[in-house]
Design a protein around this ligand. Structure first.
Ligand code: NAD
Length: 313
């Protein structure tokens, strides 16, 4: 089987390529990435056919997609704050880019198309845990663009009979997730600050909570979906009904590192939702063999990886 990973030079994409290369049912992997937030170095040593190009370029997309049996569409401009600064760019990459991927995929021979959406689509809806039937109430341009992406994906299923699977990812973390930039996610930002022994920037009082998902669990779920050819006619939360406050993440890091850490509280960020927790009944029913990696083990792996980064810098 040939798998195309869009955004394969990014954090989740490169972890996924690594995971797929270990599967005996995978014959080859292609990646298309414009390296806007990803790094070619993430793919160093991995046997993938790398196409540097944008999903906004339909010809480049057609070339990269040639012969693909499955597509995992991860390419996007991630981050809520980035979308608030640059809403048009966010829409172009995330909504129009997804439309391009789906439309070019129509020329393939019955592919399975897996698409990354986001828990941010639940937005202002306060119900916990978030089940997929809840009303989406996006609070940021990023969330709207992801809602458009997943709904286009479902429309392609209904309109063209394409086999598709839209996943809603919730705060994914793990090795290869970049810290040290303005839009860094919270776990790499915390781990990076902790290892550099500088204060950990906490937006708000730190009681906001997230359903953190280790990247290995995400890759295993996607890999199982491709191997077993699983599609679904509605979005699927890819998270496992856990909820951890930022303050609890700091405590977990303190016990891993064996020392106290200093949080520095700054103002809350516009567009951030207060709490997030996935109802996991759909993902559990579709993927009964997947056992999620717990937060402590995932954090330990993340710290180990980040140590190799800080020492080689
Ligand atoms: P990432 O920034 O590391 O990866 C995104 C990749 O897409 C990058 O390599 C980037 O260069 C590439 N890209 C961006 N625009 C492109 C374009 N026009 N053409 C080709 N490539 C392009 O981010 P990630 O965390 O690995 O996210 C992967 C996917 O998962 C994204 O769709 C993101 O929205 C979604 N997601 C991630 C999380 C999370 O917690 N990390 C949560 C919800 C959803």
């Amino acid at each position: 089987m040939r798998v195309l990973v869009t955004g394969g030079a990014g954090f989740i994409g490169a972890n996924l390529c690594q995971h797929l290369l270990g599967q005996d049912w995978v014959d080859s992997i292609a990646v298309i990435d414009d390296l806007s937030t990803g790094f070619e170095a993430n793919l160093a040593g991995l046997d993938v056919d790398f196409f540097e190009g944008s999903i906004l370029d339909v010809d480049a997309l057609g070339t990269a997609m040639l012969g693909a049996d499955a597509i995992v569409h991860l390419a996007a401009r991630p981050s809520v704050p980035r979308s608030i600064s640059e809403p048009l760019l966010s829409h172009a990459a995330n909504a129009t880019g997804t439309l391009n991927v789906l439309d070019v995929a129509r020329g393939l021979d019955d592919p399975l198309v897996i698409v990354a959406s986001s828990s941010s689509v639940y937005g202002a809806n306060p119900t916990l845990p978030k089940h997929e039937g809840l009303l989406a109430q996006p609070m940021s341009p990023y969330a709207v663009s992801k809602l458009a992406a997943e709904q286009y994906t479902l429309a392609w299923q209904h309109s063209y009979g394409m086999r598709t699977l839209p996943f809603r990812f919730f705060n994914v973390f793990g090795p290869l997730q970049a810290a040290g930039h303005a839009y860094a996610a919270v776990i790499p930002a915390f781990v990076d600050a902790a290892l550099r022994e500088v204060p950990l920037t906490v937006h708000g009082d730190g009681t906001q909570s997230r359903d953190f998902t280790y990247v290995g669990t995400v890759c295993e779920t996607i890999g199982t979906a491709i191997r077993d050819q699983i599609s679904h006619d509605a979005p699927v939360n890819l998270a496992f009904n856990t909820r951890t406050t930022l303050l609890a993440v700091i405590e977990e890091l303190e016990s891993l590192l064996g020392r106290r850490l200093l949080p520095e509280h700054v103002g809350s960020r516009v567009g951030d939702v207060p709490h997030s927790q996935a109802d996991d009944s759909t993902v559990r029913a579709l993927f009964p063999s997947v056992e999620p990696v717990d937060l402590a083990s995932g954090l330990a792996a993340t710290v180990e990886w980040m140590k190799t980064q800080t020492t080689s810098d």
